[in-house]
Design a protein around this ligand. Sequence first.
Ligand SMILES: [Zn+2]
Length: 314
Amino acid sequence: MIEDEITLQDKLEFFHLVFAEEFDSIFSADIICCEECVDEFIKYWPGVYINDQDFQTYSIQISSLYSMMRFSDFITEDEFNQFLSDLVCPRCNQKLRGIIYPYNMQFNEHPFALEVFQEITNISQTIDPEILSDAVYRARIFNNEIVYTAADFFAPPKEKVAEGRYNHAGKQVLYLSEEPETCFHELRSPQEGVMIANIRIKKPIKVLDLTMQSHESNIINLIRWSSLMSSPNEGEGWHKPHYVFTRFIADCAIAAGFHAIKYPSVRFDEGMNLALISYSEHINDFQVNEIFLFNDSNTKIEILKQRLMESLSS
Ligand SMILES: [Zn+2]
């Protein structure tokens, strides 16, 4: 019997795998506090308390999450409550108990946020849309059961888009790299390799370049720095608040008329990424030139170049 083979340890691993995802789909919170740290959070972010009276009422008993999450087929409520004692607060790292406070930042009401927005708008006025002279690349983890076509490299449908570095949940952004190696490392160098599409964007686009060197403005330096933010325990903690500011940068960039954000890779030295934030506007402007397998056996581009159907290159 398969059921006999499922141990409590299996269930616990499943719980950790699914909890964060379930939590995000219910709350899409930028910041989460617990009873231990909520007072301190409010003290250091006075804007939260002044601008958002909902904060105090937006709290939830963690044990009540069981009924909101889709665990019931796999884990009993007793097991769920037992597993909860394993969780720590993503903000202060203390054991969670009782109540948590999921909170969405209201950046628009902060003077600092307005300053950032103004700076991005100023940069926008100095930059013209241009056709990118080089191809860009997008990768998927290789699966030998898939016959890859250009469509596999477009953004997932809106309902499947989770929050990302430069997008809110449900907002399509095409994450590209300037080099094949960079996409490979952005996907965490999977052993099975990655399938990569070489893509040209046929229309001129306006790029917010966060790799530019500037000492003129602290705000610009802060925006640049935000592109390098990555949580040290990325992939381990159950919540990733470190993308809050970069998503705000994306909102400002869209409002200021940018189509893409260029930012350095945190996973591959000297690698450059390009987030196409105007994806839906440019959906007919992609040309996929070739699709090829890339893996790291000797940091060389390997094997296969799959000729695409004639229709793709026309
Ligand atoms: Zn806490």
